[in-house]
Write a protein that binds this ligand. Structure first.
Ligand code: HEC
Length: 286
């Protein structure tokens, strides 16, 4: 009898609390905005507006919680985390200029939202992602240690231009002889480049790199580069990054300019590129 009464009492306490929690607690995206995370990590945690803030979207929730907790607790401290420490007044006296630090449960919600945020198509099993801006910053620091490969078709790089820092154009897909049509995409059909992994292997060893060296792949907007990264992981590469917003970026989802690629990506981020291609970076024989 006793346990029935206790059970009933617990139920009475539990149900209203659940309903309250469900109604009132904002979701991860809202929490991300309310805590000011957007100011450095970008609206969706993908396109950092701050030079040093990494892409958060699409990274596993456990990883994000671990990393953020280390920063918020003051355990992780470096020149780069200093930005976060100052903004949230970590280890310092709070005044009205301090951003509110998220609680553990808030951080969990933020991390869960961020981990789901990247379009499925852009995800890779290793979750090594970088924005166009992040790729550029990484290359400024580590240029001689990182390979930056443009995997778009030759038509794309020929007519749309290419980032200045590209080491090679090795297409993951090719257009063929323009004789076939993709009805769904309303465009020419793309075929897998049968030599893709072979060409990457050759390029990597020719430049004295190996399968653990950092390689950054860029395509139009982060779909093909994710697929190509998966393929390279499958052939033993361990450190392949995908530029999540690519060279042209995502399409605008609403408004009068809907469908145009004016949102993000290398070109829209104002990073250096040119219509003039580097002969030594091109693969002529494909
Ligand atoms: C003032 C700018 C700024 C704000 C605001 C900010 N961050 Fe950061 N954050 C950074 C920088 C810079 C780094 C990179 C630190 C490093 O490289 O060591 C970072 C790193 C991180 C990382 C680690 C990522 C990784 O891959 O190692 C996480 C997670 C994170 N921030 C979450 C958040 C969350 C959640 C918020 C909001 C509650 C937030 N940040 C607000 C600047 C900021």
């Amino acid at each position: 009898m006793n346990h029935i009464i206790i059970g009933y009492a617990v139920l009475c306490l539990f149900i209203p609390w659940q309903a309250y929690a469900g109604d009132k607690e904002p979701d991860g995206k809202l929490l991300f905005e309310n805590h000011g995370c957007t100011n450095c990590h970008g609206l969706n945690g993908v396109h950092p507006t701050s030079k040093y803030a990494p892409v958060l979207k699409g990274k596993p929730a456990d990883y994000l919680i671990k990393k953020a907790s280390a920063i918020f607790s003051g355990k992780r401290f470096s020149n780069n985390t200093r930005l976060m420490h100052e903004q949230f007044c970590i280890g310092d006296e709070k005044d009205e200029g301090c951003y509110p630090t998220p609680s553990n449960s808030e951080l969990k919600k933020i991390a869960q939202w961020l981990s789901l945020g990247l379009a499925e198509k852009k995800k890779t099993p290793q979750a090594l992602y970088v924005s166009a801006q992040g790729a550029y910053d990484k290359l400024q620091e580590l240029d001689d240690k990182t390979l930056f490969i443009d995997i778009r078709t030759r038509a794309e790089v020929a007519f749309l231009g290419m980032p200045n820092d590209i080491d090679a154009n090795i297409p993951y897909m090719t257009i063929g002889d323009y004789s076939e049509w993709n009805e769904k995409k309303q465009n020419f059909k793309l075929y897998p480049n049968s030599e893709f992994t072979l060409l990457i292997d050759e390029f990597v060893s020719k430049h004295g790199f190996d399968k653990d060296s950092p390689i950054i792949l860029i395509c139009r907007s982060g779909n093909r580069s994710a697929k190509a990264a998966k393929l390279l992981f499958a052939t033993g590469y361990t450190n392949v990054y995908s530029v999540v917003d690519g060279f042209e970026g995502d399409k605008l989802k609403e408004g009068t300019r809907k469908g145009e690629r004016i949102v993000n990506g290398w070109k829209n981020s104002g990073l250096p590129w040119s219509y003039k291609l580097k002969r030594e970076a091109m693969y002529m024989e494909i």
